[in-house]
Design a binder for this molecule. Sequence first.
Ligand SMILES: Nc1ncnc2c1ncn2[C@@H]1O[C@H](COP(=O)(O)OP(=O)(O)O)[C@@H](O)[C@H]1O
Ligand SMILES: [Mg+2]
Length: 430
Amino acid sequence: MRRRGQRTPDRIVAVGGGKGGVGKSVVASNLAIAMAQAGRRVVLLDADLGAANLHTLFGITRPARCLAGFLSRAQESLEEVRIHTAVPGLDLIPGAGAVPGVANPGWGRKQRLLRHIRSLDADVVVLDVGAGTSFDVVDLYNEADLRLVVMTPQLTSVQNAYAFTKAAVYRLLDRLAGERAQLGGSEVDRVEGRLRATEAADPALAARMRAALSGAGFRLVGNQTFEQKDGRVYHALSRMIFDFLSVQAPVMGWLWASRRIHDSVSGRIPHLLVAPGDPNEVTLRSIADALLREDVAALRAARAAKHPARERSGAAPETGKEALEILRAYMAQSERRPVDWTATLELEDTPVEVAVRDISSGGARIKSPVPLSRGQEAALVLDQVPGAPRLRIVVRNAREATWDYGVEFISEPVPTQDATRTAAEVDLLH
Ligand SMILES: Nc1ncnc2c1ncn2[C@@H]1O[C@H](COP(=O)(O)OP(=O)(O)O)[C@@H](O)[C@H]1O
Ligand SMILES: [Mg+2]
C-alpha cells in the first residue's frame, strides 16, 4: 500500500443534489461501475453519513468494515475500510452504520477524512455525499474536482438542486473569505454582486474567489425524466445557475424514469450489470466517458490561479425573488422569439399601447408607457397577430428605468377577431 499523501486520485467526482430520493446513489454507483468497466481503478465512497445504503445497492448486507470504523479511529487508514465489489476495478467504502456522533463528525474528523480521500490509491474516487446542505455534506462535496448535481424534473427537486448548488458556492466563497458561512433563505441574489463588493474591498480575495468558481466543475445530471421536454427544465436551471451563482454547470445528460432502474434497486444488482442495451445504459456510459475526458488538470490549475480571467460582467445584483419565480422566467426564455409588435394592454378598462419585444409560449417582454408593478394582472391583446388574441398576463419583473416589463401568460390566448391564422402564427402561441 502506498503511503498517505504520496499521490492524489486523478479525479474526484462528487454526487450531490440536496434532495433525498432523486437518485444520487443510483447515479453514483452506476457511473462508478461504468468508469471501472472503462479500465479505471475506482473507489466509490458512501459518504451519506445519515442514510448510507450503497452497499445495499451492491447486494452487500452487512459490510465487515465501514466508514464509521475509520471515523471512530478503529481503523487508522481509509484504505483499510475499502472492500472489493463484484465489479473488477471497483472498490467500495461502505457508509457509516448507526454509530453515535458519526452523522456530525466534527471539524477534526472531517479534515482527517478529507485528507485520506485525497490520498486514496485510485484513479477515480466517486463520493456519494448524501442529502441536505449541511456543512459536512457541502464541504465533502466541495472537495471534488467534478461536482455533479442530480435532479429530477420535479420543481421541488429543481429548487433543491439550486439551493444545494448555492450552498456549495457560498460555502466555497465564505471559506476563502474566512467568514462564518451563512446559508439558508430561499431568496436569490447574485454572486456577482458579492464578487464586486469584494473586489472593491479586497481585490486579491476577489481574484481567488473568481478562480475557485471558474474551476469548480459543477455538472448537472437529470434523473427520473418522463418526457423529452423535461430536458428544458435542466437547461433552464443550468442557465440560472450561471447567471446567479457565476459558475458553469452544463447538463451532462439525463436518465429516463425506468422500471429497470427501480427493479435494480429492489433486486440489489446495479442497473449497468443487468440491463444491456437499455437507453439509460447508453447515457450512463456516455456521462462516465465525459467525466473521464474532463480536463481535471485545467480545473485544478484554474482553481489555483491568482489572476483568473474575468468570465463575465453580470447584471446588477437582484434580490427579493424566490428561486422558483426566477426559474419559471428562465424556462419561458428557452423558446423566446424576438418580435417588434404593438399590442394593447388593458389596464382596468384603460387601454394603453405597448411594444412587444419578444414572446414565447409562456410570456413576453413588453415596453409600457405607464408604470406597471410586479404581480399586477392585466390583459394583453396582440393586435398584430391575426385574430388579435387576448391573454391574461401577470407582471413578473419590472425594470422601471427603461419601462421594460417581463409578463407571464396566465391564460390561453382567446381570439378577439375572426381571422385565418397561418400555421406559423398559431405555432407561435402554443
Ligand atoms: N431513473 C430511475 N427510474 C426509476 N426509479 C429510479 C430512478 N432513479 C432512482 N430511482 C428510484 O429512486 C429511489 C431512490 O434512489 P437513490 O439513488 O437511493 O436516491 P438518493 O441517493 O438521491 O436518495 C431508488 O430506490 C429507485 O427505486
Ligand atoms: Mg443515496
